[in-house]
Design a protein around this ligand. Structure first.
Ligand SMILES: [Zn+2]
Length: 251
């Protein structure tokens, strides 16, 4: 059966005889593995659509549980991402995170659009790329139904004063509940985040990525938010260390 879908290639590996296995985030069918003999080398219409950071249309043949990409064409290429090493690393990290977040063959159109927005904004951005990465991550987790509770204390519902953020409890906690948060040997599950940091996270959740065009976080706040999101996604989604994240640790 022939099917087609818009898509973004998450990853591909070469196999034998010039063939490759492609992990495609298709808009219609979600994350699927497909074989293909289309090489990304060359300048044919199909070859260009096999390159990284490309929004394309893919025509597939489905045979029982196997997919095969027969042809492809570019709808939009974010090729400038590949021309800047920092952008390239940020986009690779986001693809790896998205791959882990997606469930095989489960459509996720909202996340698909978020990813395309992310590519477009990253390509045009001049600095502070990581602000965009953190916002994407938090929004993606919200789409997956695992957003942290940020508007009121997870234990008593009071709005303030905020004492911190508990990964385990799934959101912020207030001054009076501070003692009720069980002490944990794993200190990375509790963050002493102030209202400013929490408001940034809330802003990420409530506004489209495009509203961040002129916003870039200070390095210290960025680092704290990165650690909070990493710990949160590991605890609630099982997304542990990613291959491409060592890039941020060097910063
Ligand atoms: Zn409370």
């Amino acid at each position: 059966m022939y099917i087609d879908s818009e898509g973004i290639i998450l990853r591909q590996t070469k196999t034998t005889n010039g063939r490759r296995m492609v992990l495609l985030f298709s808009k219609k069918y979600g994350k699927i593995s497909a074989g293909s003999s289309i090489s990304e080398k060359g300048s044919s219409k199909a070859a260009l659509a096999m390159r990284p950071f490309t929004f394309g249309r893919y025509e597939l043949f489905k045979n029982r549980d196997n997919y095969h990409i027969n042809s492809a064409e570019v709808l939009k290429s974010f090729y400038k991402i590949g021309e800047d090493v920092d952008k390239y690393m940020c986009a690779s990290y986001v693809l790896e995170f998205t791959e882990k977040l997606l469930v095989e063959e489960q459509p996720a159109a909202q996340l698909f659009h978020l990813l395309i927005d992310f590519f477009g904004l990253l390509e045009m951005r001049r600095k502070k790329y990581e602000t965009l990465v953190s916002a994407y991550q938090l929004k993606a987790m919200a789409i997956a139904g695992t957003a942290p509770q940020l508007s009121s204390c997870v234990l008593c519902g009071r709005r303030e004063p905020i004492a911190g953020f508990s990964v385990k409890e799934g959101g912020i906690f207030c001054d009076s509940c501070q003692n009720k948060i069980p002490a944990d040997r794993n200190v990375s599950l509790i963050f002493h985040a102030d209202i400013g940091t929490i408001n940034i996270l809330k802003y990420f959740l409530d506004h489209p990525l495009s509203s961040l065009e002129k916003i870039g976080l200070d390095d210290e706040i960025q680092k704290q938010i990165r650690m909070m999101l990493r710990s949160y996604s590991e605890y609630h989604l099982g997304i542990g260390s990613l291959k491409s994240e060592s890039f941020f640790d060097q910063k």
